[in-house]
Design a binder for this molecule. Structure first.
Ligand SMILES: O=C(O)CCC(=O)C(=O)O
Ligand SMILES: [Fe+3]
Length: 685
């Protein structure tokens, strides 16, 4: 019989994200839901196949003669068969570790919540948003979104829950709480539940290690067969060991809870003693002593319990915990052994590993690695602090009107800012008219296929060309004056906000429109503008940016002043040096300014414009007077002449614009400072 097998979750996720950026919310929601389901089912199948094959094809054989290999082959066949039954024939498809990480960070829920929101499914949106927030409490955008949901009517706040919650965290926390308020009976119930579920989750996590290998094993040098087996096996053991850390780390937290598993027994023995269950108190202190046999205060407690409750014949430490410790120590022993001879690094997730199990050489190595990790963490913290300090140093805005909407921290980067209100709506309309000149009018103006994608048209206009067009009467002068002024306004904002050491000059100004070509958008996966940095040549593989020609190395700051939002797609986004990991997205809208330093710290690109036309003023600034835009000066002079020779500037515009647009034309005086202008237009509004 035909059976439809599970579709790969990464492909479903990609399809969901793609539909999202095309604004197809219901499609996006459906794909994302299926991706999450596929992810969960796949893990369930793998865990259950592991369990089944552990029973059917046990591996308790020693590496003598051929029986070991025999067992390995049988296990392998069992797993293959089990997974084939449930997942279909094996494929070459391999999920990248980047996607694995995104699922771990619950990234799909962020898209899903936004899609639900657009579809008006508010309760679902809230649940998905909360689920994402729990794992990403620092995420600025989700905080903002949740704040938005909070103000909406008819949202059921009481029913909001974490859709990915692992059951033991709730039990553990309630157990701690009851313990702290000396409600021991309840505390015992919760902590026992937590323990049971912790070990179940631990088993699942460890079983998943036996699935596909995450890390590619390096095969640069020629390896012998036993080296390959050893390398592979050590990877497996390290993966299993790492599960303790994973289990003990709450979603959204950076570090695991110290001694998470042993601490259960510590709490339990006192809780049982408090309710006078002597046998259980002794059992749990003995279990705790399995981890820390030389803990004096625990030994003392054991003595006290024996005196208080009498000798408890036959009461012993918990057998499953003893087995677990033995298993874990066995794994550690092999890893330590490998560390001595092979180039193996390891972070011991447990504090209880007995000293005598570790050789001096390995101790040194563990210490050195720990030191390295600490230094890396300190470096991370330092960068974070620097970023915070950077924010505090931000200068004031030079005039009234614009306001900062997102700072570097909220944009997950450095030297980035998004401001709103740099242009008013009528101003955007006036500038947009410049871009609406019919194709072919005037030699200065270009409309052609985009240099970046075959799915879009691309039109650019420099300030000088714009002024020349005005001279020919092809465009209205108020728009051009605004075009020039918008550049100057942006320059002043950037100079002041980033407190640049010397003044900035505009080095280039361009009005750029990207138009989606109808009928050429199906299945589109490319970008409107590929990821790049503005003053250096980006090398994503090497994670470097080369500040050398052909890059425009004199550019110090970049700005994009958005003019409209009546199109689909076209978000500006920032990435890491890898040109893949998106760190921030900026949705264009009239008067919004995205400004950032032009170097390798700010790789950026533009998402595909899939319908309509997206227009912006792109600006680059420089500290070097030699690179100041010469055209700008010339344009200023020419424009002033034109304005003097035709004081009724509104009249020239009539020819090139549709009648309904003239209502936005402003016949007011043009010689006003930006401050006055903002005030003026505000009063007009
Ligand atoms: O249009 C945009 O949003 C950015 C364009 C850009 O990055 C560039 O032209 O260098
Ligand atoms: Fe750029």
């Amino acid at each position: 019989a035909m059976q439809s097998w599970l579709q790969p979750f990464d492909l479903l996720y990609t399809a969901g994200v793609q539909a999202f950026f095309q604004g197809d919310w219901s499609q996006s929601r459906d794909y994302l839901q299926r991706a999450l389901l596929s992810y969960t089912l796949l893990r369930q199948v793998k865990v259950s196949c592991q369990a089944q094959c552990q029973r059917e094809a046990p591996l308790h054989v020693w590496l003598k003669d051929l029986s070991f290999m025999d067992a390995v082959l049988q296990r392998s066949e069992c797993l293959e068969h089990c997974e084939r039954l449930q997942l279909g024939p094996p494929t070459r498809h391999k999920v990248s570790s980047a996607v694995h990480k995104e699922f771990k960070r619950r990234e799909p829920y962020n898209f899903l919540q936004a899609a639900y929101f657009k579809l008006g499914q508010m309760d679902a949106a809230l649940a998905a948003a909360h689920t994402f927030f729990v794992a990403n409490p620092q995420h600025a955008q989700i905080r903002e979104d949740l704040g938005k949901y909070r103000n909406l009517q008819g949202v059921h706040w009481d029913s909001v829950r974490d859709l990915e919650a692992l059951p033991y965290w709730k039990a553990y926390e309630e157990g701690m709480h009851h313990y702290n308020v000396q409600n021991y009976t309840q505390s015992i119930l919760r902590l026992e539940t937590s323990l049971k579920e912790v070990f179940m989750s631990l088993d699942e996590c460890r079983a998943l290690c036996e699935g596909t290998q995450e890390e590619e094993t390096h095969t640069e040098t020629q390896q012998k067969v036993y080296e390959i087996i050893a390398g592979w096996y050590v990877q497996l053991l390290k993966c299993k060991q790492a599960c303790v850390k994973e289990i003990a780390t709450k979603p959204g937290q950076k570090y695991p809870i110290h001694d998470f598993i042993p601490s259960h027994f510590h709490l339990l023995h006192s809780a049982y003693a408090a309710v006078n269950d002597g046998a259980a108190a002794v059992e749990n202190i003995l279990t705790y002593l399995l981890f820390y046999p030389r803990d004096d205060s625990a030994q003392e407690k054991l003595q006290q319990y024996r005196e208080r409750f009498g000798e408890k014949e036959g009461v012993r430490a918990r057998e499953n915990v003893r087995a677990y410790i033995q298993q874990s120590l066995g794994e550690k022993r092999l890893i330590f052994y490998a560390m001595e001879s092979l180039d193996v690094s390891f972070e011991d997730p447990d504090a209880w590993t007995p000293e005598e199990n570790i050789s001096e050489a390995v101790k040194d190595k563990l210490r050195a690695e720990k030191q390295k990790r600490r230094e890396e963490e300190q470096e991370e913290e330092r960068v974070e602090e620097e970023r915070a300090a950077e924010e505090e140093q931000r200068g004031p805005l030079p005039f009234e009107g614009p306001r900062v909407t997102l700072d570097s921290r909220q944009l997950n980067g450095s030297h980035r800012v998004v401001l709103d209100g740099v242009l008013t709506w009528p101003e955007c309309q006036e500038i947009l008219r410049l871009a609406r000149t019919p194709a072919g009018s005037g030699d200065g103006h270009q409309e052609r296929r985009s240099p970046h994608t075959p799915h879009e048209h691309y039109k650019s206009l420099s300030v000088l060309k714009a002024v020349k067009l005005a001279g020919e009467g092809a465009v209205a002068t108020p728009g051009i004056r605004l075009f020039l002024d918008a550049g100057e306004r942006s320059r002043r904002i950037v100079e002041s906000y980033f407190r640049t050491e010397t003044s900035l000059f505009v080095s280039y100004t361009q009005l750029v429109c990207r138009t989606a070509l109808e009928g050429k958008q199906d299945g589109r996966v490319d970008l409107s503008h590929p990821v790049h940095a503005d003053n250096c040549v980006l090398d994503p593989e090497g994670r470097e940016c080369w500040k050398e020609p052909p890059a425009y190395i004199h550019r110090d700051y970049s700005a994009v002043l958005f003019l409209n939002d009546d199109f689909e797609g076209g978000d500006l986004f920032f990435t890491d040096l890898d040109a893949i990991t998106t760190t921030a997205e900026v949705r264009p809208t009239c008067g919004r300014l995205a400004a950032f330093s032009s170097g390798g710290e700010n790789p950026h690109g533009v998402r595909a414009v899939t319908s309509g036309r997206r227009c912006v003023i792109a600006l680059w600034f420089t500290h070097s007077s030699e690179h100041a835009e010469k055209e700008r000066k010339e344009a200023e002079q020419l424009l002033t002449q034109t304005e003097i020779s035709s004081p009724q500037e509104g009249s020239t515009s009539q020819r090139s614009s549709a009648p309904h647009e003239t209502k936005n034309a402003q016949g007011r005086k043009q010689r006003v400072s930006p401050t006055e202008r903002v005030r003026l237009t505000r009063e007009e509004l």
